[in-house]
Design a protein around this ligand. Sequence first.
Ligand code: SF4
Length: 289
Amino acid sequence: MKKEKFSYTRISCYQTCRWQYYLKYVKKFKVERTDNTKLANKGIAFHEIAEKYKSTDTIDDLTAAMRARATELSVDPDEYDYREAAIRLRWFMDDFVGKKDVKLERESWVNGELAGVPFCGALDVRLTPKKKDGAEHYYIVDFKSGKKADTESYRSQLALYTHLWGAELGFDFDETIERVHAYAFFPLAVVPRASTLSDEERAMESLKKIHFTIDQLMAYVAQYEDTVAKIKAEDWSRIDEKSADISFVCSFCQFAGIPKGFHPVVHCARTYDNGVKAPRSIKIGLDAR
Ligand code: SF4
């Protein structure tokens, strides 16, 4: 049987709500709904255009493409500054990436193993040096659609990707810290004192390097291994809805507000009882992956 892969999303799902983890990864239920996808969709509109970026694209082209895609995804394009996102994207691709002697990969995968289970990570951008001299540098950039260019909540995710790629390259922790560099790029974030900055300065402000010490990277890896051990030790036949844990994650959760009785297994009575109501039109199926 094919071994199921673990990922940052899967681990953080377990850490935030065991009931969601049970429904999504143990029972493999999937809910089709569009009522709570706006926050994800505003970023998808940027991601999809960034994925196809060509150096001949103008700011107007990029802005129009992002706005059109946002509209298709039921996001009001006037709610987010896609023109600013286009300006930052051009700077990122032409200056940050374009001035390095690297091979650019968009939407690629890094794979590895932690605690005896396979792990994968989806990289928005990965830059591999063209010349290998034993001291070359590697770059990972993750696109984030938050309003604040704050890296704190992304450190754990980027630590995983850094470690997986370092291991894939055959690096130990020391070498990984030295040679694999992680960044978060915030094309839609509000930049402080934006009106006093040039286009280039605002774009630079929205690209944040995430620094790790060796101890920090090792601690993140140990946390992932610890969580995998906890997941393996779970007796899922004993879980019930009391494990549902309300947090900010519920705003994106496919199971939010589904009342008891709507489906034999799938519900989140805890959010339903707190006033979240899923539309009756949702469809529940099994995730085929
Ligand atoms: S809506 Fe919240 S409490 Fe309910 S399953 Fe999802 S994450 Fe857990």
